[in-house]
Structures are given as structure tokens and as C-alpha cells.
Write a protein that binds this ligand. Structure first.
Ligand SMILES: [Zn+2]
Ligand SMILES: [Zn+2]
Length: 178
């Protein structure tokens, strides 16, 4: 009985079926190995800029078969290059926005310069000018910084209760002395 079982196993391993099974298994292992290498290549290209480092990652992904790809996954850069670039652009745009500190007309929202006395689009009075040197004066200034002329009582600016804070009317409006 034992001899016939052994003989059966022996026959199986010598049969064509076993050869086919073994060759198919080796073939699939080979294809999977190449696929893992290709995956490492694609992933490394999205994460690593230097082509030499990409090549090294691919070699690592192939050479200890399967394990190399796992090692690569442990040490690969955590972020895609595309995402990193996008984030940098966003930061730069934000910095530019902060640097410009855009001023807008409170009435028509047109972009205005800090030196404008009136909005060129809707002619809203934005600032008072110095009576002596005609320089544009900030709302809170009590004296003209360019010619030392004391600022006269400002004409009533339109009140922008819901407008931007940049062009708010002065807090102390001396209406009595007009
Ligand atoms: Zn305007
Ligand atoms: Zn002045």
C-alpha cells in the first residue's frame, strides 16, 4: 500500500502535469517579479526627480525579488512631486497676495492704489488731501507727514459699515468744526 502511494507520488512528479504546473508557477512568479519592478519604476518616477535615484530604486525593487520592493516602500519619499510642486505654487501665490495687500474701493470694489484720493471708477471719495501739499492723507492722521500742516476736520466720508476695514472712516469725526 505504502509502496503504491509512493509510486503514485513518484509518477505524479514525473508526469507532464507536474511539469506544466511547475513551469506555470515559475512563469507567473517571473511575470509578477517584472510587474513589481515596473510598479517601483512608475512610483519612483512620481516621487523622485533625480533619474539616477529612480534607477537605483528600480534596481532595489528587482534585485532581492519582492522584498526589494517592500524595502523601497519603506524608504520612498512620502509625497508625490506633483503635490509638492502644487503646494509650493500655492504658498507663493499666498505670499504674493499678502505682499500686495490689495486695496479696493468700498463702493464698486475696483482695485485702488493707496495714494488715490477718489476711486477712478465710481468717483467715490477715498481720502482727504492735504490742504497745503495735496498729499493723500490716511484717515487717522492728525497732521500731514509731508508738510507738517495740521489736518483740518475731515469732510464726512461715506460710512461703510459693511465695507472693508482698509478704507474705514476715521473713528473720531469732528463734525462740529466744519
Ligand atoms: Zn469705486
Ligand atoms: Zn501736506
Amino acid at each position: 500500500m505504502a509502496a503504491s502511494t509512493f509510486g503514485g507520488i513518484h509518477d505524479f512528479f514525473n508526469s507532464g502535469t507536474w511539469l506544466v504546473v511547475r513551469n506555470l508557477t515559475l512563469f507567473f512568479l517571473f511575470v509578477f517579479w517584472l510587474a513589481v519592478g515596473y510598479w517601483v519604476y512608475k512610483d519612483a518616477r512620481r516621487r523622485i526627480e533625480d533619474p539616477w535615484l529612480v534607477g537605483m530604486a528600480v534596481v532595489l525593487g528587482l534585485v532581492p525579488p519582492y522584498i526589494g520592493a517592500f524595502i523601497y516602500m519603506l524608504f520612498r519619499p512620502p509625497e508625490y512631486l506633483e503635490d509638492a510642486r502644487e503646494r509650493q505654487l500655492e504658498i507663493r501665490a499666498m505670499e504674493q497676495r499678502l505682499a500686495r495687500r490689495d486695496l479696493f474701493c468700498p463702493v464698486c470694489r475696483a482695485e485702488v492704489d493707496a495714494s488715490y484720493l477718489v476711486c477712478p471708477v465710481c468717483t467715490t471719495k477715498l481720502k482727504q488731501s492735504c490742504v497745503s501739499c495735496k498729499a493723500p492723507l490716511e484717515a487717522l492722521w492728525q497732521i500731514c507727514p509731508y508738510c507738517e500742516t495740521p489736518v483740518a476736520a475731515p469732510p464726512p466720508l461715506p460710512s461703510f459699515e459693511h465695507g472693508p476695514t482698509a478704507l474705514r472712516a476715521p473713528r473720531r469725526v469732528q463734525r462740529g468744526s466744519e
